[in-house]
Design a protein around this ligand. Structure first.
Ligand SMILES: Nc1ncnc2c1ncn2[C@@H]1O[C@H](COP(=O)(O)OP(=O)(O)OP(=O)(O)O)[C@@H](O)[C@H]1O
Ligand SMILES: [Mg+2]
Ligand SMILES: [Zn+2]
Length: 481
């Protein structure tokens, strides 16, 4: 069976979901016959870069173009769709990083088209090219032959040399809005005859993090797994999620300081074969959803749980680290309770004081060091400014900014503040990005100095290797290209 996301790859601009500005640009330039010779398609996974590139390639070569749209029937359109049109080349830079590949393009680029009107080179994940390959590409872009269009697609535009960027028209693809994802899922489900509730579709859309490919892949996974109508529980089962009740029980047990219960729940989840990371992510989603509904019962869990997630990401001891993290968190609540009690009692009788100190000692040292609201990642001594800022945002500031920042690693240097998000937290990174001005002002007011804030998405593979290297050699190594 053809996968859903392939089957429902749009074949015309009008079929592209969201990305209105992208459509506008191409409709305009095709109408006016004003095509750039090089584009950079930048944006998150599965948001339509390759799809738009192919539609453009078809529009440029179609024998019966209707307005700006390709006919999708002529031999050019059909063979571009099949991937065997002589003048449209798709190259994956992730597996062809070197100079040879680009040299071949450089040589071929000067020749006439074989079949069509335009030669179109689609280079996927272009940021993976080596320095030499980029230099070779730059030469080609500097003397662009006629009727050749380069489309350089990338999820990491910041890794493309500025010399290349300045010779291209940059087109930004955005995460797709939740409503639009739901609408598309509904459309596909109707076409395919799936029986699925709106609530279930919403749940799938949320899990897709702004990408339509992921949304369709999850839908397919759920449909394969289930019989009969798909409801929200089906999705939880199919995706290995735990029920919301379990999450609530866990969070409440932490609040109550019930360490034994917390450990039992975690073990039960783990030994029933569920994925701990997925579970922690699900808990974060739950907390965020609550906050969005103006319920703040669990807001203090956001940062510590997201810290545990970061800690276990590349570790093989996921269960152990999760347990330790949650024990510390539970102890922190226990500690707060004890302190509150201690304060109450102190006013009544001094005699209780020593008793309470004793009980504090018994809980042990680790919890004293642990404070869920303190970010552990700042590298200069301005640590407190960021922490104070976070605290203020939480209590009376911009909650969406607080939530966004909670998912990030924040590293402060003398010059700037780098906020790094894990690859699956792109939406949160977009939120923070859109509020950087505000954040910079807040920081300026607090710290009295101006610093630049930089938002980044961590590169999965690279960081896994880096983390490994660091555990082996500490920080005493340099990386050369
Ligand atoms: N904007 C969109 N409108 C409609 N469908 C989309 C859109 N974006 C993605 N899709 C769906 O997801 C599939 C993959 O999209 P596409 O290959 O264009 O993503 P991409 O941006 O190139 O991702 P990657 O960075 O992983 O290469 C498409 O076949 C289509 O089913
Ligand atoms: Mg692609
Ligand atoms: Zn055609």
């Amino acid at each position: 069976m053809e996968t859903l996301y392939r089957k429902y790859r749009p074949k015309t601009f009008s079929e592209i979901v969201n990305q209105e500005h992208v459509k506008k640009i191409f409709i305009n330039s095709l109408e006016n016959n004003f095509i750039s010779h090089a584009y950079i398609f930048a944006g998150p996974r599965g948001t339509g870069k390759t799809t738009v590139a192919r539609i453009l390639a078809k529009s440029l070569n179609c024998e019966n173009r209707k307005g700006v749209e390709p006919c999708n029937q002529c031999s050019a359109c059909v063979s571009i769709d099949k991937g065997n049109f002589m003048d449209v080349y798709e190259i994956d830079a992730a597996s062809n990083r070197g100079i040879d590949e680009i040299r071949k393009i450089r040589e071929a680029v000067g020749y006439h088209t074989a079949q069509g009107k335009y030669k179109v080179y689609i280079i996927d994940e272009v940021h993976m090219l080596t320095k030499e390959a980029f230099n070779a590409l730059l030469k080609t872009l500097e003397e662009p032959p006629k009727n050749v269009v380069f489309i350089l697609a990338t999820t990491n535009p910041e890794k493309i040399p500025p010399t290349i960027i300045s010779r291209c028209q940059v087109i930004d693809f955005k995460n797709i809005e939740l409503d639009k994802i739901i609408e598309r899922l509904k459309y596909v489900s109707e076409k395919e005859g799936f029986k699925i509730t709106d609530e279930a579709l919403t749940e799938i859309a949320k899990r897709a993090n702004g990408g339509l490919r992921d949304a369709l892949t999850i839908l397919e996974q759920v449909v394969r797994y289930s019989e009969g109508e798909i409801v929200i529980d089906t999705i939880q089962d199919a995706l290995g999620l735990v029920s919301i009740d379990v999450i609530k029980t866990l969070l409440n047990s932490i609040k109550k300081g019930d360490i034994q219960k917390v450990l039992n729940i975690i073990e039960e989840i783990y030994f029933s074969g569920k994925d701990i990371e997925l579970f922690l992510n699900q808990s974060l989603d739950f907390i965020v959803t609550k906050i969005e509904l103006n319920e703040y019962d669990y807001i203090d869990f956001l940062k510590p749980i997201s810290t545990i997630l970061k800690d276990i990401k590349y570790s093989e001891e996921k269960l152990l680290l999760t347990k330790l993290g949650l024990i510390e968190l539970t102890r922190k609540f226990l500690n707060e309770k004890t302190m509150n009690n201690s304060e109450n009692k102190k006013t009544k009788s001094e005699n209780f004081e020593s008793q309470n100190q004793l009980s504090l000692k018994n809980v042990g040292e680790p919890f004293m060091k642990f404070s869920p609201n303190l970010s552990d990642s700042t590298e200069t001594n301005n640590k407190n400014v960021i922490d104070e800022l976070m605290e203020e945002l939480k209590i009376k500031g911009d909650l969406s900014l607080y939530i966004g920042l909670s998912f990030a690693k924040i590293v402060e240097t003398n010059r700037d503040i780098v906020i790094t998000f894990p690859p699956d937290k792109k939406i949160q990174s977009e939120i923070v990005k859109s509020k950087l001005d505000h954040l910079e002002k807040l920081y300026l007011n607090k710290a009295g100095i101006k610093k630049e804030f930089i938002v980044k998405i961590e590169n999965e593979n690279e960081d896994a290797i880096l983390t490994k290297l660091k555990t082996l050699f500490g920080n005493n190594f340099t990386i050369e290209e």
